[in-house]
Design a protein around this ligand. Structure first.
Ligand SMILES: [Zn+2]
Length: 358
């Protein structure tokens, strides 16, 4: 029927022109492709040297490695999300933490989201976790019996905080939780650990003796099922943008008290407004991220999986000359709303600061 129709339609010059354009694949100014869709579609990392580009909430990374689905001291949760990738230094540190935590009396780590294989904005969840230097670890200890893959998809984490009072549920908090956070904060690479304000308060109220590590424990929305461990920019990443150092004090004073006022918990007036990660296009990310998207990957996920013994590099697929991302940071990228930095102290207007789930 269509073929019979077309000749008569083509008698109209305008229609003929439109049909011609459609045949050429020319479409009226379509929305620019979103970076989260491009990065979210990548199944494997780049098979290039490890390097982070940009900031925790606006960037990407190359040379990622995966933490194995399970080891003697950890299990990866929600494996279908394929977010068990990170900078090799991050993955090595998570494994180290898992071993140290067991020695401290924590049964093992349940590992939440780290990053997508090449980082970048995520299709759901997190504003940060974009440059391979952030990881979420559950505040639920690893069960004694191995979890099946199905259980890892469905098992719930434990909510540690009363959502009305914003205080830790005392029946659930144990000294082992405190030791786990202290251990994570003890590593020089770890710059910040994000926890719910109730958890920060619990530590402020109960930690005796050495309190220096509390400086790294930062209150934030959400983070009541898991904590978020962030390491600094790693050597070999000249265009990685670090975060300002945390204040030198334990953070248990005025800034913490603010979290127990009404202000941080006022309902979001515009809950449906798009988040920064929903708006970002490739033009908003460091220029190198385009090369990261296009670079060849390893032969398989297994070929880029970390198996201990120092810092690994992904094994490249046998391909000619991998184009490596340019070494310098891109300039002149279009400005994003201030909230693209999920951890800015104060929102500067525009898109609202990301709420829980970061
Ligand atoms: Zn996180």
């Amino acid at each position: 029927m269509k073929t019979a129709l077309r000749p008569s339609l083509c008698k109209t010059p305008l229609l003929a022109a439109v049909l011609g354009l459609l045949a050429l694949g020319v479409q009226p100014a379509a929305a620019q492709e979103r970076a989260k869709d491009l990065f979210g579609a990548k199944k494997l990392p780049t098979a290039t040297a490890p390097q982070s580009f940009g900031f925790y909430s606006k960037g990407c990374f190359a040379g990622g490695v995966a933490i194995p689905m399970a080891g003697p001291t950890w299990e990866v949760m929600r494996p279908s999300r394929n977010r068990r990738w990170g900078h090799p230094a991050m993955i090595a540190l998570i494994e180290k933490l898992s071993v140290d935590a067991v020695a401290d009396g924590w049964p093992g780590l349940l590992i939440g989201d780290i990053a997508q294989p090449r980082g970048g904005p995520m299709t759901t969840g997190h504003a940060s976790h974009q440059i391979g230097l952030d990881a979420d670890i559950w505040l639920t200890p690893m069960p004694s019996r191995p979890l099946s893959m199905a259980q890892r998809e469905s098992m719930s984490a434990t909510l540690m905080v009363n959502e009305k009072t914003h205080l830790v549920k005392d029946a659930l908090w144990t000294p082992a939780h405190t030791r786990l956070l202290k251990r994570a904060a003890s590593y020089p690479e770890v710059e910040r650990i994000l926890v719910n304000p109730g958890i920060k308060k619990k530590l402020c109220d109960t930690v005796k003796g050495d309190r220096g590590w509390l400086r790294k424990i930062r209150p934030f929305w959400g983070h009541d099922y898991h904590f978020h461990m962030r390491i600094g920019c790693q050597p070999g990443s000249p265009s990685c943008k670090g975060q300002e150092a945390t204040p030198a004090d334990d953070g248990c004073g005025k800034p913490l008290a603010w979290w127990f006022t009404e202000e941080p918990w006022r309902p979001n007036k515009n809950p449906d407004a798009p988040k920064a990660r929903d708006l970002m296009t490739m033009a908003n990310l460091p220029r190198e991220c385009q090369a990261v998207l296009e670079a060849p990957g390893p032969v398989s996920a297994e070929a880029a999986t970390y198996h201990g013994g120092g810092v690994p590099m992904a094994t490249a697929a046998p391909e000619p000359e991998a184009p490596s991302p340019p070494a310098t940071a891109g300039g002149g990228e279009p400005a994003l709303p201030a909230s693209a930095n999920a951890f800015a102290a104060t929102p500067e207007g525009g898109v609202p600061l990301p709420r829980p789930g970061n």
